[in-house]
Design a protein around this ligand. Structure first.
Ligand code: AMP
Length: 230
């Protein structure tokens, strides 16, 4: 993409939706487009787990069973990450906030830093498709590129198109854990849809469309500044 044509994001964008809605795939594209960080709390936590940090050791059993990690762990991690200079022109939050206390704390953090209101992009996906998306998901061990063995397969089975990295399945993308993650979404995260909609900050996006067209729609929302009117 041509740097000269890159628009400035200048705000926080929240990608909201159930596991398997395509948040990670879209967040990578949109963050790249605007040249801002993609902040995935799931990726940050997996990083802690793979480095066997004290935080990772606390989070691992919770993640393995598909439950949400306690708010204070996630909030400390996010507050520290947002404060870094690379987020000065905005950032895309993927998988955060996931509970009302997290959303309220994020409001405070953004206010304290004189950020305007975030834009919340809500990915709407037919629940019947989520299982297929999650069980078919594979992630490149090198660059983190996301594939789906059913719908978005790589050119060579098991290998990333970009860098040839091994495609791996996330430990929590097993069917029994997926059920728990979807239940956690319904109980703890779904209320955020109303929380943000009431405040006029939320835009629904059809997450069932082809990935490139979903990206186009999200960029349109973020680029035109018409999100409140839609
Ligand atoms: P994700 O990659 O977003 O699907 O997250 C994977 C797992 O990390 C979740 O199932 C939770 O256990 C944990 N996690 C990620 N983000 C959060 C969050 N904002 N609050 C609590 N737990 C989280």
């Amino acid at each position: 993409m041509d740097e000269a044509h890159r628009q400035t994001l200048g705000r926080a964008v929240i990608f909201l939706g159930p596991p398997g809605a395509g948040k990670g795939t879209q967040a990578k594209q949109v963050a790249k487009y605007f040249g801002v960080p993609h902040l995935s709390t799931g990726d940050m936590l997996r990083d802690h787990v793979s480095h066997d940090t004290p935080l990772g050791r606390r989070a691992k059993p919770i993640m393995d069973r598909g439950d949400l990690v306690p708010d204070e762990i996630v909030l400390d991690m996010v507050a520290e990450r947002i404060a870094r200079p690379d987020g000065a022109n905005g950032f895309v939050l993927d998988g955060f906030p996931r509970t009302l206390p997290q959303a309220e704390k994020l409001d405070q953090i953004l206010q304290a830093r004189s950020w305007g209101k975030p834009v919340v992009v809500h990915f709407v996906v037919d629940p019947a498709h989520l299982l297929r998306r999650l069980t078919g998901r594979r992630t490149c061990a090198i660059g983190g590129e996301i594939y789906n063995i059913y719908d978005q397969p790589p050119r060579v089975a098991g290998r990333c198109d970009n860098d040839g990295g091994e495609l791996i399945q996330r430990a929590d993308d097993q069917e029994e854990v997926i059920a728990e993650r979807l239940a956690a979404y319904e109980a703890q995260t779904r209320p955020l849809v109303d929380y943000y909609r009431r405040q006029g900050m939320l835009v629904d996006v059809d997450g069932m469309a082809l990935p490139a067209s979903v990206t186009g729609r999200v960029l349109e929302i973020l680029g035109t500044g018409q999100q409140a009117a839609r």
